[in-house]
Design a protein around this ligand. Structure first.
Ligand code: NDP
Ligand code: MG
Length: 371
């Protein structure tokens, strides 16, 4: 729509050929129809979304409103950054969340002041506009709390294999916010302590007046294909058998494209082309990364990898059959019983890239068979 309007505006200055004009009008009508259809779908689904967004905006900015919201909130608990998970009756794991009033009682039972709840940080709100907060309870004895809460604190990387992708995103955001506050207690200019606002959306140094906002480091991640195989790599610190797409932090001043070309050249000595954006994701490790995911190809005659052993333990080309097997058999307990080859959990954007590649390869094969 924007494109059509712009091209009409730019054409207004000169005389249009009648056929150009009719083609333009038809294109405009067509895009109006599309636009109106989109608008209808959007307006039906977004009214709740807009009011939730405005509500959250207010809670972030207004300390008093945020304190009020915390009185009737859902709070997620973390012990030394490990989220508390609970098992439902059907045996499914979920992120545990407690109503403020219930949590106050729990805290008192394990010897913590009920006002400790005010240390929580605003995370978001549910579809029903119930505010959600996260609270670090690392000072409390872990087993006492687990017993009282009927749950278990689980390492977040392990939790990604146990909970749904949307719960993983929530648990990841909660951990990232807690970690950011833990590591930004002092102003880097004055060395003086920083203080948080009630929601935790920023910290201020009273001495210098500098405001610090939670931040993410941009990281590129790319699935390289030679047309029939894809390239995956592993770092020595990965759990045994896990391979992932190539990734790396963006350097200062770099574009996504430049960072992708550089990382692939540095890590495996290949030159990529045909970059295609796939999606993005917040990833809580090591200190909150903003993952920008792309597909890329290499010339099928230039696939010899030259691994930078300082960064990677191994990098290999995988066939569609190997990838399909790995996607169909995600390990339940990868650190204890690692399969020979497995890929990151479905929440990780690396998994999305690998799935997209496998789907595209399957499509290519079936079109080839039909010919
Ligand atoms: N969600 C997903 O699907 C995936 C997420 N990732 C994430 O992407 C991140 C980056 O990928 P990775 O391949 O390791 O990156 P790099 O290839 O850039 O290598 C990491 C090394 O770069 C150095 N480095 C440079 N800039 C930074 C920075 N801003 N923060 C931290 N370290 C920096 C560090 O060196 P030194 O330690 O010597 O200081 C670090 O060990 C990983 O930490 C991982 O959490 C990776 C793959 C999949
Ligand atoms: Mg890397």
């Amino acid at each position: 729509m924007l494109f059509v309007t712009q091209s009409f505006e730019s054409n207004c200055g000169r005389l249009l050929h009648p056929r150009q004009f009719i083609v333009g009008i038809l294109a405009m009508l067509q895009s109006f129809k599309l636009f109106n259809n989109c608008n209808l779908v959007f307006s039906r689904s977004c009214s709740g979304y807009v009011s939730r967004t405005r509500y959250l905006m207010r809670l972030k900015e207004d300390d008093e409103a945020c304190r009020e919201a915390l009185k009737f909130a859902n709070v997620l608990l973390y012990h030394k950054l490990a989220p508390l998970l609970q098992k439902t009756r059907s045996g499914v794991c979920k992120v545990a969340s407690f109503k403020t009033a219930d949590l106050k009682q729990i805290l008192e039972k394990v010897g913590k002041d009920k006002h400790f709840i005010n240390e929580s940080f605003l995370l978001g709100c549910t579809d029903k506009s119930e505010p959600q907060f996260s609270l670090e309870v690392g000072e409390v004895e872990r087993s006492a709390l687990e017993q009282e809460c009927r749950g278990t604190f689980v390492d977040l990387r392990k939790a990604f294999f146990m909970i749904t992708p949307s719960e993983s995103a929530l648990a990841a955001k909660g951990q990232a916010l807690l970690r950011w506050h833990q590591t930004n207690g002092f102003c880097s200019a004055t060395g003086q302590p920083t203080t948080r606002n009630q929601s935790g959306s920023f910290r201020v140094c009273q001495s210098s007046g500098i405001t610090y906002y939670p931040k993410m480091s941009p990281v590129v991640i790319v699935l390289v294909s030679d047309g029939s195989r894809c390239l995956l790599a592993r770092q020595a610190m990965f759990p045994p058998g896990m391979y992932s797409a190539l990734s790396g932090f963006c350097d200062m001043g770099e574009s996504v494209e430049e960072a992708l070309h550089r990382e692939v050249a540095e890590e495996v000595g290949l030159e990529v082309e045909n970059l295609q954006y796939s999606g993005s994701q917040h990833w809580p490790f090591p200190q909150s990364s903003f993952m920008l995911a792309c597909h890329a190809t290499v010339n099928p005659n230039k696939t010899q990898v030259n691994i930078d052993k300082a960064e990677l333990e191994d990098a290999r080309w995988f066939t569609l059959e190997e990838i399909t097997t790995a996607l169909q058999n995600p390990p339940r307990n990868p650190r204890e019983q690692p399969p020979v080859f497995w890929v990151p959990p479905s929440y990780a954007i690396a998994n999305q890239l690998i799935r997209e590649w496998a789907n595209q390869q399957q499509l290519l094969r079936s079109t080839h068979r039909l010919k």
